[in-house]
Ligand binder design. Structure first.
Ligand SMILES: Nc1ncnc2c1ncn2[C@@H]1O[C@H](COP(=O)(O)OP(=O)(O)OP(=O)(O)O)[C@@H](O)[C@H]1O
Ligand SMILES: [Mg+2]
Length: 225
């Protein structure tokens, strides 16, 4: 039997803009097996971020069902599901400028009520190659270094699923590849299996790094080839 970390069935989402209803997701169904690395492609405005936000409980669908680890999302406390099981990485890093790397990495854990994770945070900072930058603030880091810090932060609560929205979109090609190599190491090395859904505009990246790719087109998943 397949071990699905995520199952999403017939997700629909529309936005009301004035009198007009914009149907963005028109029935998205997809399953993610544990430790798969799914790449999501699609034109700008096709609804990739909207879908990722729904999968990460940041937005609500209008209809459809979602399961994490075989249990309906409605059975979870959404905040705990988001904080404890899911890690997020964004194109623009979303680091807090007034905190240094170590403080940024520890932040989600502190929100979860656990203050004893400094050791793990330092291990993660070393893991992502920022050993000498732990006490620097984001303004003192390059884009690639900021993204490394954001990846460490996403992993602090040992998530089972990592959601990444164009994590190399702001980086030059070489730095982007370094970050993708880091994702690859994490995907392979994690003692507990890490599943990844990543949005990218770059089909070559999707092909080189993902274990599977899907394209969103006209609000639906285009047939797999
Ligand atoms: N909160 C919102 N209110 C109204 N419209 C929205 C909202 N969020 C997204 N949209 C619209 O939904 C559509 C899909 O947006 P989304 O950000 O999911 O696209 P995307 O595929 O991630 O695009 P990109 O590749 O440019 O990031 C767009 O037309 C966008 O304007
Ligand atoms: Mg987007």
């Amino acid at each position: 039997m397949k071990d699905f970390i995520l199952q999403c069935n017939n997700i629909k989402k529309s936005f009301q803009i004035g009198k007009k209803k914009l149907e963005v997701l028109k029935g998205i169904s997809l399953d993610l097996e544990r430790s798969q690395w799914l790449m999501l492609l699609g034109a700008s405005g096709s609804g990739k971020t909207t879908l990722l936000n729904i999968l990460g409980t940041l937005e609500q669908p209008n209809s459809g069902s979602l399961k994490f680890d075989g249990r309906n999302y409605t059975e979870y406390n959404p905040t705990r599901l988001r904080n404890e099981k899911i890690g997020f990485v964004f194109q623009s890093y979303h680091l807090l400028p007034e905190l240094n790397v170590l403080e940024n990495v520890m932040l989600p854990a502190q929100l979860g009520g656990d203050y004893s994770l400094k050791k793990r945070a330092i291990e993660l900072i070393e893991r992502v190659g920022l050993k000498d930058r732990a006490h620097h603030r984001p303004t003192e880091l390059s884009g690639g270094e900021c993204q490394r810090a954001a990846i460490a932060r996403a992993l602090i609560n040992r998530p089972e699923l990592l959601l990444a929205d164009e994590p190399t979109g702001n980086l030059d090609t070489a730095t982007g590849h370094e970050i993708m190599e880091l994702f690859r190491e994490l995907h392979r090395d994690q003692k507990s299996p890490l599943s990844i859904i990543m949005i990218t505009h770059n089909p070559d990246l999707a092909h080189s790094y993902g274990t599977r790719s899907l394209t969103i087109s006209d609000g639906r998943i285009a047939p797999e080839n």
